[in-house]
Design a binder for this molecule. Sequence first.
Ligand code: HEC
Length: 156
Amino acid sequence: MTIARALPLLSLILLAACSADPVPGPTEQIIVREPGDAAVETAVAAPEADPALALIAAGKAAFANCSACHAIVADAANGVGPTLYGMIGKPAGAVDGFAYSDALNASGIIWTTAELDAFIANPAAKIPGTTMVAGALAEPEQRRAVIAYIESLSAS
Ligand code: HEC
C-alpha cells in the first residue's frame, strides 16, 4: 500500500482513537487489500464466531459472581463453598472435605444443568436451609452462560 493511500486511513484511525466518546463494542480489524491481491483468510475462527464458545466465554466472565466462594479447577482447595470443577452430573454434597449444610446433604439432587439453573436462580428456594446465602443470578442468560462454563469443566 502506498503512503498516500495509507494516510487517510491512518488519520481515520487516529481520529477514532482520540475521540472523546468511548468506542462501543468490540474492536474491528480493518484489512486493506491492494486491487489484485489475493484475499487472506484468517486461519483461526474468532471465539465470537462460535456461539457455544462465546457462551462459555461469557460464563467464565459471569463466574466472577461465584469465584469469591468457589474455585473451579481440579483438586482445588474448598473455599467458602466447595470447588465446582466437574459439578455437572455429580450428586449434591459430594465434594470431599467440604462441610455441607444438612439441607444440601439431604437434598438428593444430581446436578444436571436444569437443577443447577433452579439452584443458582434462588438457592434458598431450591434447598431451604442451604448455607449458600449469596451468588444467586436473577438473569436467565447469565445463568445459562455460567452453567455452560461449569459444563465445559465437567466430564461429558
Ligand atoms: C457467598 C459465597 C457463595 C457464592 C458467591 C456462591 N456460592 Fe455456591 N455455595 C456456597 C456455599 C457455602 C455452598 C454450600 C451450601 C450448603 O452446604 O448448603 C455452595 C454450594 C453450591 C453448589 C452445590 C455444590 C455441591 O457440591 O453440591 C453449587 C452447584 C453452587 N454453590 C454454585 C454456585 C454458583 C454457580 C455460584 C455463582 C453464580 C455460586 N455458587 C456462588 C457459597 C457461595
